[in-house]
Design a protein around this ligand. Structure first.
Ligand code: DGL
Length: 264
């Protein structure tokens, strides 16, 4: 009998993947979760693909040791750089990854112009280019890297004047070019959705993929007969400063929790 009580491993460069973890917990409340914030190496968006692949290998090996029954790469940048290699290394392990929501955005736009806010690493990747080839043939896609935004969210800044000015500088040119749909192509960005939605007209759609990832995880676990149905727990690890992460958890996760140091 497969062990359904084994945890699901979830990671990101930092606290951004908590936006995905929230969706997983809401949809799959019986799953035990391990969350690793690789904060000593954030931001991934400005690192080389080789660097990110190495971090992915180290983190995946840790979750395997912990007996995780599935892995969620709760990071668009790590998916772009590392998921192909991870799937080669662990062909029998369910690995759920994420990429900017180009397909739903192309279906939703009425103006035919879609904006993508994401990290430099995601936007430069071959995986993103392939995504545009597959799903964006009939729409105009304008990409906007957001350097510095992840660092602000990591610091717990979700609403400052400086942040607002930064966002306006990126979003207003997209709106001026006719964008009616904005993709939040980095898992940190859903945390600033409330601020963003105040900066754009009401009819502009903001799309992210956290809920779709949680749904897909549920489907994969169901297919394999590994969906949990008992009591669950959630453990947090951080390669940076666990105390600092513990301080932002109540804001981004909604609860206090202990954070253990991950020192690899
Ligand atoms: N949260 C990540 C993503 O979805 C990466 C952010 C970063 O570390 O640059 O792309």
């Amino acid at each position: 009998m497969p062990d359904c009580t084994a945890p699901v491993g979830v990671f990101d460069s930092g606290v951004g993947g908590l936006s995905v973890l929230r969706e997983i917990r809401q949809r799959l409340p019986h799953e035990s979760l391990l969350y690793l914030a690789d904060s000593a190496h954030v931001p991934y968006g400005e690192k080389s693909p080789e660097y990110i692949r190495e971090r992915c290998r180290i983190i995946a090996a840790f979750f395997v040791e912990q007996g995780a029954k599935a892995l969620v790469v709760a990071c668009n940048t790590a998916t772009a750089a590392g998921v192909t290699e991870l799937r080669e290394l662990y062909p029998d392990w369910p690995i759920i990854a994420m990429e900017p929501a180009v397909k739903p955005a192309a279906a939703a736009t009425r103006s035919g112009v879609v904006g993508v806010l994401a990290t430099t690493g995601t936007l430069k990747s071959a995986r993103f280019a392939a995504l545009l080839d597959r799903f964006a043939a009939d729409v105009r896609v304008i990409t906007q890297p957001c350097p510095g935004l992840v660092e602000r969210i990591e610091a717990g800044d979700l609403n400052s004047v400086e942040l607002r000015v930064m966002l306006q500088g990126w979003v207003e040119p997209l709106l001026a070019q006719g964008c009616d749909t904005l993709i939040l192509g980095c898992t940190h960005y859903p945390f600033i959705r409330p601020l963003l939605s105040r900066l754009v007209p009401r009819d502009i759609r903001l799309i992210d993929t956290g809920a779709a990832v949680a749904r897909h995880l549920g489907e994969v676990l169901t297919e394999r007969g590994r969906l949990a149905d008992g009591e669950s727990s959630c453990r947090f690890y951080c390669s940076g400063d666990p105390q600092r992460m513990a301080e932002v958890l109540p804001i981004l996760w909604g609860e206090h929790a202990e954070v253990e140091l991950f020192s690899r």
